[in-house]
Ligand binder design. Structure first.
Ligand code: NAD
Length: 482
């Protein structure tokens, strides 16, 4: 495959220093291709292009920008199978998941913000003989930094509203998964998208991401990634008073109440635990179960988990692929070992040597879905983000205890409550310290709704009007006739 390049001012270029990195297929260990190992000088070039393009782009009407979003959506949809294949190869996720989630949602993000823009109106307030007009202008050049778990899905979730509101962009995808961001750049070039409005700089976080965060003329940073990286980003950007949106890690609780209809919800619980090998920030990695149905739940859950088909991501039949890298596999395995030291019992799965995945490359980063019981809800395994196919089971005796356990981590991104009574679930959900709670469903996303976390899971919200707010500056203009 051709080496990937940066996309600056509408042109594909290597890093100024000529250095490269490898991108690896984690299911086989094979190098797919190389990407530029860019530095601050490349970020400077991309930012110059974005600043030069800003006056013309911000002067376009919202209708024109909406038409561009629709054109990008169509071009991505035409390429959906290519996007799915690239994403599957770069991440090790099953091709079916890449097609139905990553490729589909990337198109949907552009279509959604196009349609949201069409309905967008600004309020006016009349009082004291004057009329107040809320006026929005772009933030300017914004930096978009994204992780490896849902590469194009999360990048387009930021690109679409940023473009809609008239901003120009310097984007940096994860160095582990650069392929589909590169494809988006090639789509931009193919459709004749205005040069310099969307720029892409590949490379390592501390070299490229940090240069974006520190660049004085990049006025907004939208970052999705780990909490420890988010802390570094915030420490750099806050003294410069940049607009900042931080979507960070999670350790989400799945709460199963005593009246939960297990037969009906088991598929949902398995999805919530192991979608994308548990590498979705919204996955429930701690399952809290009412004591009265714990044993029944446990046996049915393990049976359902053991039905997952772990294997070659290119096969349509595979339901769970590899994790993102050998290094990440080792990190996840270190938590499985820690769980044992903390008194946990492995009910299914385990480290790769004990629970091998058959018919896959020995160089692949594969783990079986792992379920652990017997740990304290305050143990490290049950409170630190593992971000892999590992869930822990915990018993509670009443709603108060369930709420106390669910809230006993530093994170507060998402959670789910499963029960036979939506109103009761709704009431309990309001007691969870998280940004998102699903009741009897999971990852059921209406893109108009606020998305984001509390505590160490982030600052700010994305989605619908929240994204438009982030990607615009608001001026109130109060007009009184003379
Ligand atoms: P990460 O924090 O290691 O990297 C995220 C991005 O930041 C990458 O592009 C990386 O190169 C870049 N980066 C690294 N150091 C940087 C620095 N000093 N300055 C600027 N950028 C830097 O995260 P990851 O391992 O790629 O992704 C997994 C994490 O992302 C998990 O913690 C997961 O929960 C989180 N996540 C959160 C959400 C959400 O919406 N809240 C969504 C997906 C993933």
């Amino acid at each position: 495959m051709e080496p990937l390049l940066n996309f600056i001012d509408g042109t594909f270029v290597p890093a100024e220093g000529g250095e490269t990195l490898n991108t690896v297929n984690p299911a086989t260990g094979e190098v797919i291709t190389t990407l530029p190992r860019s530095k601050a000088s490349d970020v400077n070039a991309a930012t110059r292009a974005a600043l030069n393009a800003a006056p013309a782009w911000s002067a376009t009407t919202m209708d024109e920008r909406i038409r561009w979003l629709d054109t990008i959506a169509q071009a991505l949809e035409d390429d959906a199978e290519t996007v799915a294949r690239l994403e599957s190869m770069d991440t090790g996720k099953p091709i079916g998941l890449a097609r139905n989630v990553d490729a589909a949602r990337s198109v949907a993000n552009f279509r959604f913000f196009a349609s949201h823009g069409r309905q967008h109106t600004e309020p006016t307030f009349a009082d004291h003989g004057a009329v107040n007009h809320v006026h929005r202008s772009p933030v300017g050049c914004v930096g978009l930094i994204t992780p490896w778990n849902l590469p194009l899905y999360l990048l387009t979730w930021k690109v679409a509203p940023a473009l809609l509101m008239g901003n120009t962009i310097v984007a940096k995808p994860s160095e582990l998964t650069p392929m589909t961001a590169n494809h988006l750049a090639s789509v931009m070039q193919r459709i004749g998208f205005p040069k310099g409005v969307f720029n892409l700089v590949h490379g390592l976080g501390p070299e490229v991401g940090q240069a974006i965060v520190e660049h004085p003329e990049i006025r907004g940073i939208s970052f999705t990634g780990g909490t420890s990286t988010g802390r570094i980003v915030a420490a750099s950007a806050a003294p410069m008073f940049k607009k900042m949106s931080l979507e960070l890690g999670g350790k989400n609780a799945t709460v199963v109440l005593e009246d939960a209809p297990l037969d009906d919800i088991m598929d949902g619980l398995v999805r919530a635990s192991f979608t994308n090998s548990g590498q979705v920030c919204l996955c429930g990695s701690r399952i809290l179960v009412h004591a009265s149905l714990y044993e029944t739940f446990k046996h049915r859950f393990i049976r359902a988990v053991e039905h997952l088909i772990v294997g070659d991501p290119s096969l349509e039949s595979t339901t769970m692929g590899s994790v993102i890298s050998k290094a990440h596999q080792e990190k996840v395995e270190s938590y499985i070992r820690l769980a044992r030291e903390e008194g946990g019992r492995i009910l299914t799965g385990g480290v790769a040597n004990e629970a091998p995945v058959e018919h896959v490359s020995p160089e692949g980063a594969f783990l079986r879905p792992t379920v652990i019981e017997g740990l304290s809800h305050t143990s490290r395994t049950a409170t630190e983000e593992i971000f892999g196919p590992v869930v822990t089971l915990h018993v509670f005796h009443d709603d108060d205890e369930a709420v106390m356990m669910a809230n006993a981590t530093e994170y507060g991104l998402a959670g789910s409550v499963w029960c036979n009574d939506g109103e009761r679930g709704h009431a309990l959900a309001q007691r969870l310290d998280t940004g998102i709670v699903w009741v009897n469903t999971w990852l059921n996303r209406d893109l108009r709704t606020p998305f984001g976390g509390v505590k160490q899971s982030g600052v700010g919200r994305e989605g619908g009007a929240w994204s438009l707010n982030f990607f615009s500056e608001v001026t109130n203009i109060c007009v009184q006739d003379p």
